[in-house]
Design a protein around this ligand. Structure first.
Ligand SMILES: *[C@@H]1O[C@H](CO)[C@@H](O)[C@H](O)[C@H]1NC(C)=O
Ligand SMILES: *[C@@H]1O[C@H](CO)[C@@H](O)[C@H](O)[C@H]1NC(C)=O
Ligand SMILES: *[C@@H]1O[C@H](CO)[C@@H](O)[C@H](O)[C@H]1NC(C)=O
Ligand SMILES: *[C@@H]1O[C@H](CO)[C@@H](O)[C@H](O)[C@H]1NC(C)=O
Length: 429
């Protein structure tokens, strides 16, 4: 070999080694966000989440990083199937258990993919004959549950969705009470089974309805409007979660509400199990056959038997056990002026008592941005006004079969929303 080239190569090699002799190690993550693990720095007995902007993380000598896959590790293949591995940088090598790897090393996880299943039994909050579906995935022989969908199959419309909303570094990811339900038949190819549909106002034969629909411009969008949740898990489900939104509500007060909720969740490290739903049917005023200012409200029906929901609501159930459980209700109608307000707002509004809504609530009563009001969950439960809202359950008197324990023989029963079943509801039937 030419001596000059040889020495040049040596020089390059040496300077390369010299710059790296400080024993850095790098973990490189996949381009594809859905395959990337979370990295945690180990500090004493605690783990701190690493916020990496770049696709590569540099470990210092002796630093230990926990690599955590939401699913399971795919690469390095020696650890395939594990959920979590510890990497230690030492003398230009990365050590995992007793294996060592060179100091630049690529790691990725199995993609998170949710399947849709029929539930083996209907959810207690999903009135028959509607369909109870689970979004779940098999993992190490058990199932993990993302959400529960209560779906009106005949009308091809969602009634409600039960899911969790948590702060971004939370380890709590899925709602509590789905373990009671198990997946049965899987439904493949979701976007082609649940086809998105936008109302075309020109298809209405009735001239009045056509004009009101042209005016109000309803649009199909997901029930999940939180951008983080939508992007992460709920964006690829076709028309499964969609409803016809009045744009003024969705882009007006509802957006302000969702933003305030997200800020509260991140700032206060709050976690909620949320039941989000729709209820009632939007009507438009009809002056036909009436004279003067008299009108009747007629329900808008399209595509044979689809309807636009009048209410969009969220029942926020605090998982941390502190704080009132509240129901936030949006009126999805461009025609609220044609109703008496006390008919629309059917429970005591407590938005002003919710601290984290401070930044958003000042416009909640502006009709042009879509009315929003908030109520105590107990009151909504008693009113039995919202479709698909968990019903009050009569207390069950527990009869002890064994000789009673010396103290506290009363067994507290819980309903599906982990509310103790108490005398509160006894008078509601
Ligand atoms: C990321 O990976 C998933 C699963 O393999 C795949 O479905 C998706 O299309 C990929 N995204 C990009 C941007 O490559
Ligand atoms: C609404 O439905 C149309 C089909 O009519 C679809 O192309 C569009 O993607 C849907 N919009 C959303 C936001 O899903
Ligand atoms: C409107 O309805 C009210 C009550 O139904 C009736 O008394 C009144 O005469 C009606 N007005 C007109 C202009 O028809
Ligand atoms: C709820 O949390 C607040 C502050 O986080 C605390 O002061 C209060 O005692 C808690 N209440 C209950 C019932 O745990």
């Amino acid at each position: 070999m030419d001596f000059k080239i040889f020495s040049l190569l040596t020089l390059i090699f040496c300077s390369y080694s010299v710059t790296h002799v400080s024993c850095d190690c790098y973990i490189t993550l996949d381009q594809n966000e859905s395959l990337r693990p979370k990295l945690y720095r180990n500090i004493g007995t605690r783990k701190a989440l690493v916020h990496t902007e770049s696709l590569s993380y540099r470990l210092n000598e002796n630093e230990v990083i926990t690599v955590d896959c939401e699913t399971r590790v795919l690469r390095p293949s020696q650890f395939a199937g594990k959920r979590s591995i510890n990497c230690k940088c030492s003398g230009n090598y990365i050590y995992i258990d007793n294996h060592n790897f060179n100091s630049h090393f690529l790691i990725w996880c199995d993609a998170v993919k949710w399947n849709l299943y029929e539930s083996s039994k209907p959810f207690s909050w999903c009135p028959k004959p509607l369909a109870s579906y689970l979004l779940a995935r098999p993992l190490n022989k058990i199932y993990e549950y993302l959400a529960a969908v209560c779906y009106n199959f005949d009308q091809q419309q969602i009634l409600n969705l039960h899911y969790a909303a948590e702060y971004q570094t939370s380890l709590y990811l899925y709602p509590n009470r789905l373990q009671n339900y198990s997946p049965s038949v899987e439904i493949l190819d979701i976007p082609n089974k649940f086809i998105p549909h936008r109302i075309n106002p020109s298809h209405f034969k009735n001239a009045e309805v056509r004009e009101w629909m042209q005016f109000s411009q309803y649009e199909n969008h997901s029930l999940i409007q939180d951008p983080i949740l939508y992007r992460k898990s709920y964006g690829k489900l076709g028309g499964l979660l969609e409803l016809d939104w009045w744009p003024n509500l969705r882009l007006g007060n509802w957006r302000l509400y969702e933003r305030a909720l997200r800020e509260h969740i991140e700032a206060d490290k709050a976690i909620y199990d949320i039941l989000a739903g729709t209820s009632h049917i939007v009507g438009v005023p009809s002056f036909e056959g009436a004279c003067g200012e008299n009108y009747t409200m007629v329900s808008v029906q399209y595509s044979d038997n689809k309807y636009i929901p009048m209410y969009v609501w969220q029942y926020l159930k605090s998982v941390k056990g502190n704080g009132t459980d509240v129901v936030v209700i949006g009126v999805n109608s461009a025609f609220v002026d044609f109703y008496k307000e006390e008919k629309l707002i059917f429970c005591t509004d407590i938005c002003h008592k919710i601290d984290w809504l401070k930044s958003a609530r000042s416009s909640f009563r502006y009709k042009s941005l879509g009315l929003i009001f908030c109520c105590d969950a107990k009151e909504v439960k008693k009113a039995q006004h919202l479709e698909g809202f968990p019903l009050p359950i009569k207390p069950v008197v527990a009869v002890a079969q064994l000789p009673p324990l010396p103290s506290n023989p009363v067994i507290v029963k819980y309903d599906d929303f982990n509310e103790p079943i108490t005398e509160d509801y006894a008078d509601s039937e």
